[in-house]
Write a protein that binds this ligand. Sequence first.
Ligand SMILES: *Cc1c(COP(=O)(O)O)cnc(C)c1O
Length: 392
Amino acid sequence: MNFSEIKKLDESYVLQTYGRNQIAIDRGRGATLWDTEGKEYIDFTSGIGVCSLGYANEAWAKAIYDQAMKVGHISNLFYTEPYARLASKLVPAAGMAAAFFGNSGAEANEGMIKLARKYSFEKYGKGRATIITLKNSFHGRTITTLKATGQDHFHEYFFPFTEGFRYAEANNMDSLMAEADGDVCAVMMELIQGEGGVNPLQREYVQSVAKLCREKDWLLLIDEVQTGIGRTGTLFAFQQFDIEPDVLTFAKGIAGGLPFGGFLVNEKCRNVLRAGDHGSTFGGNPMAAAAGNVVMDAMTPAFLEEVQKKGEYLRRGIAALNSPYVSGVRGMGLMIGAGIQGMAHKELKDKLMAEGLLCLTAGSDTLRLLPPLVITEAEIDKGLEIMARVMK
Ligand SMILES: *Cc1c(COP(=O)(O)O)cnc(C)c1O
C-alpha cells in the first residue's frame, strides 16, 4: 500500500487520537528509516526512545524468533527462563533487590504507586497515601498516572481522577516542604522531565529530596521510563545523581521495540507486594523478555561510554550550528532537548522531516532528540547537515 491508501484506511477505521506525521514508515536499519514511498530518513526518535538497538538488529530479531518458536507466551503462573534471566541482569546492574515486569510505562508507574501506598499503610495505617510529584512532569495516561502528572491540561474531562497527588515546583525545596504534611507517603519524579521539555533536575535538588525522603520515611520513587536503559549514558539516570531510589520504573528502551515495562525495588520494599497484590497477564512475556535480554547484554560499560560520547558530539554539533532558531541545548547522553525560538517547534519538526530527519517535540518549545543508542557518527553527521540546512 502507498501512503495515501494507508492513511485513508487509518482515518476510516482508527480513532484519531494522535497528531500523526504525514508519512508511513515501512522499514529501517540501524538509525535510518524508509517510508512507503522509498524516502530515506535519519532517525532521532527511536519511536519515542524505544528502539534502543535501532531497526532490524539481527541479534534482537533472532532472539524474538527463537523464543517464539519455543514458547511465545505462557502466563505468570509458570516460571520462564528469559524472565528470570532478565531480572538477574537488571537487578544487580541497578543495585536494587527485585523486579516486577509489566508491559508499559504507565502500568509500571501504577505498580510503583500501589507499592508506595501499601508500604505506608502497613507501617503507618490509613491517612498517609499522598504522593508528591513535580510540576511539568509526565507519568502516563491511565486515570491514576494522569493525575500523577503535574500538568493541569492532563486533568480535564476524565473525572473523577484518583485522589492523593499534590505537586511541587521542580528544583525548589521550599515548594516541596510546603506540601510536606503528615499525609505524604512518597515523592515521585523523573530526573530529566522528558515530555515536559527535556529538563534535567539539578543534582543538589535531587539529593536534598532523597535526604528528606529518608528523614520522613517517604519512599523515593524515580520514573525512569524514558531516562532508563542506557538512554542517558548510564544504565539508569539515577546512577549519575548519587541517590538510592526505593523504587524505580523503566519501560521505553528495555525490549528494543516490544511492549515491556516494570519496576525495581530496594531491599526495604522487597516484601511489600506479595502473592495476589499485583500482577499482569502479559507482563514479562517470554518474547519481550528475550528481546530485553539482548538489550541488556548490549549495555556494556564501553557501549554506555559511547552513548555519552555520541550525546556530547550531537549536543556540540547542534550548538555549533549557531542557528538563530536554537536558544539552548540540554540533556544527558542521547536524551537531548534543543530550545526553539522564532518558529513553532512542531513546524520545525515538519520541516526537518521534509528534508529527511525525524525528530520529536516536547514541552511548548523544545525539539526532543532520542536517537537509537546504536546510531553511528556518520548518521549523526547526516542529521546535523539536515539541521544546518533547515535551521540556518
Ligand atoms: C512515556 C512515559 C511514560 C508512559 O509510558 P507508556 O509506555 O506510554 O505508558 C511514563 N513516564 C515517563 C517519564 C515517560 O516518558
